[in-house]
Write a protein that binds this ligand. Structure first.
Ligand code: ADP
Ligand code: MG
Length: 687
């Protein structure tokens, strides 16, 4: 063991209790702790005079204790400790609430440095809940730039600062330089040790910037190398398939129950052109929820079938795959096209039958989940591979799917708008089509944010809508990352609704831990209108299409990301009825208010994701998980585009001369890449 991989529990000041809290934040090892970077900083270097104290601001002062502590008890549960202090310019009170025991910590005349929020009340200056340090103490919380960590679960910033400080003292010497000297010199990087020390405890702004630059570059270069390696592994040098022109497509379109929007027509043309050319198609279709991507996919599969090829469509959940399967089958029912569904929950005999028929070419279209990319799935003549809601898949899964054929055309569909930088990384080689128009007649979904206090009125409203023939989704709160707790919350809500509130209606339950058949059954009942209210976890987030549903209620909406709220909202407003999205917001912070406001103001997915980025603080990153990318600890793909470009160029150059990083000087870098992609790409990297 090199120290860094040791349990965080053994860092001085941690111990078993704090270790549990840290683990909840994903910090298991010493290394995790060292790489848990602050989300911001507070500059406490500047000391002020008491006479210049500004009401409402956090400020630092050098003071001495000038009198005896005094404890006030204005209410039964409230005590206020006041300790008088002074400097050369005036006097003030340090005040603490319900912490009388601190009184014994100070003696008159003692010198302190303090930092706290200034409150001016009448003639009095108070410094509330100050952080303080006695003269000569070594733990510097005042008088320097202090880190602010994103913390949960009752771990205070002071505790965290102390712990990180201890970890750095004992273990920083174990951090290894992963870059060869050539890279360090070329980009004039500061050493990794110095960078890490300064990212936690910056000596100066300049040092901080250099440190951040170094760490961002390291992260992005690692990421980019990994992605390029995956790409190179799966890149084909061969020509693709040239599909025939299919005039029957016109007839097919004519027979649809609706007319294609202009945007759909344009995108279809782009796809047809790609499919007919000899180049392999690599196209991303991006369109907001409800813009009608599925029919485009069906048209492309129809075209492939006409040319005698098989196609496949992969969706992220069984629910969605099943639904696509039904839609596709019904759209193609007038043709002699065999369409099958492959999902994990099928019986082994049904699976075997499908696998055999797929291999001998008796199946034309295979819809399914990840089950499709298993090794034992062999196509006869795969010509077109489609992934729906691509953002849910890992980068390598797309690659694996297309390897199921000999350079099949690839179509990727997503509702998540992708910022330019991310598109560059993820789909460097992909053409993009955008469906920027919703089918006509869609009513804007009316969105409201309410407090839980209005639940009664909401329930009346839901009842009224159901009596008018509509249906409702109710999404239960998201509880941290725990599936079990999420399911529990969902079940509780369901019990309450079924047993009391909505006992005169049909209430259904849907969550990820249910068996596939159960899920399918409940979804079908909801589709058929047998269930009025579907209480669900976020498993309904993608793709589910029930046009009669007009209400989406989301409990604890403040716990969801904006993009996710938008996806959920997209489950309603899919038919002719005026639809409503009700966000129950229990978040008190300004940011959660602002997020609710955005959801109420706009229905435009692209604007929403832009706002989402804006609202997240620096250092935080927007949903790499959503795109199947590894988590980034420091780089921000939105704002670090310049460093990204440099890293991309360097990565390309490195791989040009050494495609698999076999040179010994890349040994540590290579390990870092493997580490970053661990669990993401399974065996694609370096195998
Ligand atoms: P998404 O882009 O979110 O995957 P879908 O393909 O599920 O959207 O389409 C949403 C709904 O809109 C479906 O019920 C579909 O039949 C319908 N639809 C698609 N295109 C049109 C159109 N041009 N006119 C009217 N309705 C359409
Ligand atoms: Mg869809």
């Amino acid at each position: 063991m090199d120290g860094l991989s040791m349990s965080v529990q053994y860092v001085k000041g941690v111990g078993p209790k704090r270790a549990v809290k840290l683990r909840k934040m994903g910090i298991n090892t010493v290394e995790d702790l060292i790489y848990f970077f602050p989300r911001g900083y507070e500059d406490r270097r500047k000391f002020n005079n008491i006479s210049n104290a500004v009401n409402g601001e956090k400020m630092s002062f050098r003071v001495s204790i000038s009198g005896r502590p005094n404890v006030l008890r204005p209410r039964r549960n409230l005590s206020i400790l006041k300790i008088p202090v002074k400097d050369n310019t005036g006097m003030a009170y340090l005040t603490w609430f319900n912490q009388d025991y601190l009184a014994d910590n100070f003696r008159i005349g003692e010198k302190l440095t303090i930092n706290g929020k200034v409150k001016r009340i009448a003639n009095e200056i108070q410094i509330q809940n100050p952080t303080y340090e006695k003269e000569g103490s070594s733990n510097k919380k005042v008088g320097r730039i202090v880190p602010i960590y994103s913390l949960t679960d009752k771990l205070t910033n002071n505790e965290m600062t102390l712990i990180v400080n201890n970890a750095l003292k004992s273990y920083i010497s174990n951090v290894k330089e992963i870059f060869p000297k050539s890279i360090i010199d070329k980009f004039n990087l500061i050493s990794v040790k110095e960078a890490i020390l300064n990212i936690h405890f910056p000596q100066s702004r300049e040092k901080f910037l250099k440190s951040r630059q170094r760490l961002v570059f390291e992260e992005l270069l690692t990421l980019q190398l990994g992605l390029f390696i995956i790409k190179n592994k799966t890149k084909s040098n061969n020509k693709g398939i040239s599909f025939e022109r299919v005039d029957e497509l016109k007839e097919f379109i004519y027979k649809l129950p609706f007319t294609l929007t202009n945007a759909q027509k344009r995108v279809l043309k782009e796809i047809e052109r790609d499919m007919e050319s000899y180049e392999q198609m690599n196209r991303l279709v991006q369109g907001d929820v409800g813009s009608g991507k599925t029919v485009i996919a069906v048209l492309a599969m129809f075209k492939a079938w006409k040319s005698g090829y098989q196609s496949t469509m992969m969706a992220p959940t069984e629910i969605l795959a099943t639904q696509h399967f039904e839609t596709i089958k019904s759209m193609l029912k007038d043709y002699d096209i065999r369409c099958e569904l492959l999902v994990g929950s099928l019986s082994q005999s049904k699976k075997n039958e499908i696998l055999a028929d797929l291999k001998n070419g008796n199946i034309d279209i295979l819809v399914g989940t990840h089950a499709i990319i298993q090794d034992n799935v062999k196509f006869n003549r795969l010509g077109l591979a489609i992934t729906d809601e691509q953002h849910r898949f890992g980068v390598s899964q797309r690659a694996v799917l297309s390897q199921k054929g000999l350079n099949p055309d690839v179509l990727v569909m997503t509702a998540t708008p992708i910022p330019r930088t991310l598109a560059l990384i993820l789909y460097g080689d992909l053409d993009i089509s955008i469906i920027d128009e919703l089918p006509p007649g869609r009513k804007i979904i009316e969105t409201y944010s309410i407090g839980i206090g209005m639940e009664k009125r909401l329930i009346e409203f839901i009842k009224k809508q159901i009596k008018e023939g509509r249906q409702a989704y109710i999404v239960s709160p998201l509880i941290e990352e725990s599936d079990t707790l999420n399911v529990k919350a969902c079940e509780e809500l369901y019990e309450r609704f079924k047993g009391e509130v909505f006992k005169d209606f049909e209430v259904g339950l849907l969550h990820g831990k249910m068996k596939a058949e159960e899920k399918e059954e409940i979804i079908n009942e909801f589709k058929d209108g047998k269930v009025d209210i579907l209480v669900s976890t976020t498993v309904i987030e993608v793709g589910v299409n029930v046009p009669n549903a007009s209400i989406m209620v989301i409990y604890n909406a403040e716990r969801f990301g904006l993009a996710q709220l938008h996806q959920l909202r997209g489950r309603v407003g899919r038919g002719e009825y005026q639809s409503y999205c009700i966000l129950i917001n229990e978040g008190k912070s300004k940011i959660s208010q602002e997020r609710m406001r955005i959801m109420q103001k706009t229905n435009d997915g692209f604007k929403i994701s832009e706002k989402d980025l804006e609202l997240r603080g620096p250092g935080e990153f927007f949903g790499t998980k959503q795109h199947g990318l590894p988590d980034l600890k420091i780089a921000n793909l939105f704002t670090d585009i310049n460093i990204l470009k440099i890293a991309q160029k360097e990565a390309a150059e490195i791989l040009n001369s050494d495609p698999y990083l076999e040179d010994a000087k890349y040994k540590l870098l290579k390990e870092k890449i493997k580490d970053m992609f661990k669990g993401k790409t399974d065996d694609i990297i370096f195998n």
